[in-house]
Design a protein around this ligand. Structure first.
Ligand SMILES: Cc1cc2nc3c(=O)[nH]c(=O)nc-3n(C[C@H](O)[C@H](O)[C@H](O)COP(=O)(O)O)c2cc1C
Length: 413
């Protein structure tokens, strides 16, 4: 079989996944202003699940009300029982197409909250670097809508977290993971990448604390370990638990790939079932959103995968032959697709059916990012249907039965 590595089943914890292709979590701004997912979200995820991916990871969902409100980003939330129903609909639609449903839960955004309406919580008061000249040129070339960002608006208004703040965020995170379980998710992905709050704790560049959450690496990773502990204690073995983390911060004085090797192994010791890599941060955006297909991140992935003991997922491999070879070479266990699945929800089916030439390729330009960073609904220059799947009957619920999802059918201990 062609692409046999990519199309082989895999297990994350006790969750069986039909192939090695997953959707990278992407916040697409389809939720309503109060953080409730909408039918636009449900049909958007249904389209990707119908397109053949084994694992669908629902993009950034805020676990903490106060951080979500301070950040003023257009982002879904899961901090109240009333949020459960709309997420349940998303899970049902993903399951309907025989894909597994994970959710990425975000403890906080910290200093990368773009236009905060209240002080945002950070480990230490360290302002963002101003964008470099090249970045400003790129941003201006895309749209004047980036101007406030170029001027650095919003990246201020920071509040150093107290020990009580940390404890409250961890407690709230636990409550949110329970709601994710109620909604029927098969897995929870703890959001720790890209320079957001957890990453700010992990990095010596942004964590200048002198208490037990700062200093040596074991202290800097304490917040993440507490999030893992509260998640595991809440969901037990009813669903998979993973961590998403940047393989490398790519900033002077920041977290290195060696640091990430240590942190990810500690995550596994604490009981996580998988690691999902990404790269860079807002100040190193060319790694966060690579502009070309390369082996750069896959080589770092190989290093981190050594002795890891759980499946590793690596993003941004849009070429199926490249993904298949990377799995065969032991660089990664699975791949995840972000922008490429926006451009073509049927990528996985086309790979399975040997129709690779029909794939609507992502050109890795900045259209989706432009909408993301200016808080609009995300659009794709190459797929006019992105965000409009709710008007397409093929993505409406077809045959939903009322069976409880696997995570809720397990008997308690
Ligand atoms: C519009 C958009 C939204 C994104 N939102 C998230 C997110 O919510 N959580 C996350 O971890 N990464 C997010 N990402 C990053 C992607 O998951 C992925 O790592 C990145 O786009 C590189 O992969 P790609 O080349 O396949 O797009 C987002 C990317 C895009 C383009």
């Amino acid at each position: 079989m062609k692409f046999e590595n990519l199309l082989k089943p895999v297990k994350i914890g006790s969750v069986k996944i039909k192939n090695r292709i997953s959707m990278a979590p992407c916040n697409v701004h389809f939720s309503d202003g109060r953080g409730y997912p909408t039918d636009a979200d449900t049909c958007y995820y249904a389209a990707r699940a119908k397109g053949g991916i084994g694992l669908t990871i629902v993009g950034a969902v805020m676990a903490n009300r106060e951080d979500a409100e301070a950040a003023s980003l257009v982002i879904p939330r899961l901090d109240d029982v009333s949020h459960v129903g709309p997420f349940q609909e998303i899970v049902e639609s993903i399951h309907e197409w025989d894909s597994v449903a994970f959710i990425q839960l975000v403890p906080g955004l910290g200093r990368q909250s773009r236009l905060p309406r209240a002080p945002v919580m950070v480990p230490s008061i360290v302002p963002m670097e101003k964008p470099g000249e090249l970045e400003i040129k790129q941003l201006k070339a895309v749209s004047t809508r980036f101007l406030p960002m170029i001027r650095g608006a919003g990246y201020g208004n920071l509040k150093e977290m107290t020990i009580a703040d940390i404890a409250r965020l961890v407690e709230n995170y636990g409550k949110s993971t329970l709601l994710a379980l109620y909604a029927g998710f098969d897995g929870i992905e703890i959001h720790a990448p890209h320079g957001y709050l957890v990453h700010q704790f992990l990095s010596p560049r942004t964590n200048k604390r002198t208490d037990r959450y700062g200093g040596p690496i074991e202290n800097r990773m304490r917040f993440l370990m507490e999030l893992i502990d509260v998640t595991r204690a809440t969901v037990e073995d009813r669903c998979a638990v993973g961590v998403r983390i940047a393989a490398n911060e790519h900033m002077p004085g920041g977290m290195t790939v060696e640091d990430v090797g240590i942190i990810t192994k500690e995550c596994v010791k604490r009981g996580v079932d998988y690691i999902h890599l990404s790269d860079g941060c807002m100040e190193a955006r060319k790694y966060f959103f690579p502009e070309e297909e390369s082996d750069h991140l896959l080589d770092e992935a190989k290093q981190i995968r050594q002795g890891l003991g759980v499946p590793l997922i690596t993003p941004s491999v849009h070429d199926p032959a490249h993904g298949d070879a990377a799995i065969a070479a032991g660089k990664t266990d699975m791949i995840s697709l972000g922008r490429q699945l926006m451009a073509d929800p049927d990528w996985a089916n086309k790979v399975m059916e040997g129709r690779v030439g029909d794939i609507n390729r992502c050109r890795r330009d900045a259209t989706c990012l432009m909408w993301l960073f200016t808080e609009g609904r995300v659009r794709c220059a190459y797929n006019p249907n992105l965000g409009r799947e709710r008007f397409m009957p093929e993505y409406w619920p077809q045959k939903i039965d009322a069976k409880l999802p696997p995570s809720l059918m397990k008997k308690g201990k």
